[in-house]
Design a protein around this ligand. Structure first.
Ligand SMILES: NC(=O)c1ccc[n+]([C@@H]2O[C@H](COP(=O)([O-])OP(=O)(O)OC[C@H]3O[C@@H](n4cnc5c(N)ncnc54)[C@H](O)[C@@H]3O)[C@@H](O)[C@H]2O)c1
Length: 294
């Protein structure tokens, strides 16, 4: 069913050179889709280009900075030139700013970079791709990668990231409502990588941090620059941090997309409990207590 659905379709994936986007690109390609990857990381772009080539998947890999609408428009134009049509857009590019300490001491550059990529990247993607997608006679997909960290959990260790993903969830839900209200043939979905911390490059986002947002610090101020660092730190507190492979995220997303599912989300019992605790806390007006990562 999955391969039948995806075969011959064309997908644009922003942030498709690494992590979740890379797994989506390879899984969709193996299911028969043409793949267009847009990313800013030139070495990762070269690697995914080779991987797609080796798998015999029709593809193109274009430089694309989601903070720039011209750059996104270039990816759409390239996709149309190579494959004639676009059926699915995955607005997936995202970064972690690596903030640490009290909010009032953060560098504005952390807020600006994170909101530029995570929030404006999604807004720009909506502005560039939706006019095209709503004009297609066939059913199309707009999949926006958010995060449980922001959509339903508030993590005091990463307030900037959490705030950006709270905005992304609201934007995605509102896009869905507007598309529904207009009776338009676009399926809008919210993709939540998880259910645990996903083994990707997100914790080393500094590798693609542009000079204009440089705050003069090497790596993250948290000292966490990879999932391995995170695991080690958790172990020091006696916590066995569970992780998820990005291929599992792609598999989950592809299994649900054909049904037109909005929630591309896997919940553990702990995640469900977090959602309930948050809802109860608001309804009962109890003092907020923070959740932990994972
Ligand atoms: N890793 C997790 O645990 C986790 C959990 C929830 C949500 N997410 C979300 O998943 C998405 C993918 O991230 P990932 O975890 O695979 O990390 P990743 O770092 O492996 O991949 C992100 C990709 O986005 C690209 N990128 C960064 N800035 C860009 C820009 N301005 N324009 C275009 N591309 C840009 C990077 O080069 C990279 O290839 C993000 O939106 C992230 O917030 C990740």
């Amino acid at each position: 069913m999955t391969d039948q659905y995806f075969s011959g379709k064309t997908a644009i994936i922003t942030g498709g050179a690494s992590g979740v986007g890379r797994s989506l690109a390879l899984a969709l390609g193996k299911a028969g889709s043409n793949i267009v990857v847009g990313d800013v990381d030139k070495s990762a772009m070269a690697a995914i280009d080779q991987d797609l080539e080796a798998a015999g998947i029709p593809h193109r890999v274009d430089f694309c900075d989601v903070t720039q609408t011209d750059s996104l428009q270039g990816v759409l134009d390239g996709a149309l030139e190579s494959f004639g049509a676009v059926d699915m857009v995955f607005a997936n590019a995202g970064i972690g700013a690596g903030e640490a300490g009290p909010m009032w001491a953060y560098s504005d550059k952390d807020w600006q970079w994170c909101f530029n990529v995570n929030v404006w990247g999604v807004v720009n993607s909506i502005n560039v791709f939706m006019p095209y997608l709503v004009g297609r006679p066939e059913r199309t997909h707009m999949v926006i990668t958010g995060s449980g960290n922001g959509a339903y959990a508030v993590l005091p260790d990463v307030p900037i990231y959490t705030a950006s993903k709270a905005a992304v969830q609201t934007i995605t839900e509102n896009l869905h409502y507007q598309v529904q209200a207009g009776g338009l043939p676009v399926v809008v979905s919210a993709l939540f990588p998880g259910p645990h911390v996903v083994e990707t490059g997100l914790f080393n986002s500094g590798r693609v941090r542009p000079e204009e947002f440089d705050k003069g610090v090497q790596g993250n101020e948290t000292g966490i620059n990879s999932v391995e660092d995170m695991k080690r730190m958790a172990e020091e507190f006696g916590i066995n941090l569970q992780t998820t492979h990005p291929d599992e995220v792609a598999e989950m997303a592809l299994s649900r997309l054909p049904d037109g599912n909005f929630w591309l989300l896997t919940l553990t019992e702990e995640n469900e409990a977090k959602i309930r605790r948050r809802a109860d806390m608001i309804i009962n007006k109890t003092t907020p207590v923070p959740e932990s990562v994972g």
